[in-house]
Design a protein around this ligand. Structure first.
Ligand code: ZN
Ligand code: ZN
Length: 333
């Protein structure tokens, strides 16, 4: 099968993902194999291929917003059928028995393994996943429009939840890419008032079209204090801008696996007054189920730019340059 392998990390401009021919994986007991149709692009892919994250293995096939059709069932798999469409997210498998797994925090399981990181992911014609970690996808979305929900959507949804926003709240969203453009629709549906802080004109226009009550830059003054906020950009200095806009008692979450250095900061100015700052680490299967269900109910409209299979490196370069409106998706099969 054709697949994109990362053998050695490097700047995305040097096209570090190599299109190679490798053996098709077979499903182990309890696993299903997918004929991949589409795979969404994610910033984590950039942090992986550029080596900003410590990689557990090489070579590896990245890609963790995978939409595919089951073409083989491993021994003992029940509840799925050949030909059925499913999705695979970042959370690929957990130990299932630790205290975090037993308390609805499986995203924090020390034994968790991740798609396209510990195990090969979806930038390939075939991939395997434990059946218990495959997501049933709502029929109302096609392959390309559902793909960005599987990481961008799930992480944005969890980050929103952890920001403790309530209906009517002034909710700040910092950065406006794939994840934020899904999260804003969930937040508006629930009655929040989104204030979107982003540089690009196109990103601001999209935010306004999706219900932002205000858009501007991170150091612009929206004239109000935020009740809750979510940081989507991996830019440490913006964290201070976000906290500077947050009211006393407000909560802010960071929806990023990687963050550049946060500058030294003044406790009294940014955190005192019972402000809460928390990170978001992956998402649970429950987050995925809830988000997919809400997405179908609203329904969420994902703005996608679809790239041909041969153009993955170029597509990731566009992602790095913030040149994709909404979410990027690779066409696979
Ligand atoms: Zn566990
Ligand atoms: Zn991701």
């Amino acid at each position: 099968m054709r697949a994109y392998q990362l053998k050695r990390p490097g700047p995305i401009g040097t096209a570090p993902l190599e299109l190679v021919d490798v053996a098709e994986p077979g499903p182990e007991p309890g696993e299903i194999r997918l004929h991949v149709k589409a795979c969404g692009l994610c910033h984590t892919d950039l942090h992986t291929v550029e080596g900003e994250l410590e990689l557990p293995r090489l070579p590896v096939i990245p890609g963790h917003q995978v939409v595919g059709v089951i073409d083989r069932l491993g021994e003992g798999v029940r509840g799925f059928q050949i030909g059925e469409r499913v999705g695979v997210a970042w959370l690929h498998q957990t130990c299932g028995s630790c205290v975090d797994c037993n308390r609805d925090r499986e995203n924090l399981c020390e034994g968790a393994i991740f798609t396209g990181f510990h195990r090969d992911g979806g930038y390939a014609e075939k991939m395997v996943v434990p059946a218990a970690f495959a997501h049933v996808l709502p029929d109302r979305f096609d392959d390309y429009h559902v793909a960005p929900l599987l990481c961008a959507g799930i992480i944005g949804y969890r980050a929103l939840r952890l920001s403790e926003y309530e209906p009517g709240d002034r909710l700040g969203l910092f950065g406006f890419g794939a994840s934020a453009h899904v999260a804003i629709q969930v937040a508006v549906h629930r009655g929040a008032k989104p204030y979107v802080f982003t540089r690009g004109r196109e990103h601001r226009e999209l935010a306004e079209a999706l219900g932002a009550v205000w858009t501007g830059g991170a150091d612009d003054d929206p004239g109000v204090r935020l009740d809750s906020a979510v940081m989507f950009a991996p830019a440490g200095p913006l964290v201070l801008d976000m906290l500077g806009h947050l009211r006393r008692g407000g909560t802010a979450s960071i929806a990023s696996i990687y963050m550049s250095k946060i500058p030294e900061w003044d406790y009294g100015k940014y955190l005192y007054g019972e402000r809460t700052l928390r990170s978001v680490t992956a998402g649970t299967r429950r987050d995925g189920r809830e988000l997919l269900q809400i997405a179908a109910e609203i329904p969420i409209r994902t703005e996608v730019e679809v790239f041909p299979f041969e153009e993955l490196n170029e597509a990731l370069l566009k992602l790095e340059r913030s040149e994709i409106r909404g979410a990027g998706v690779l066409q696979v099969g």
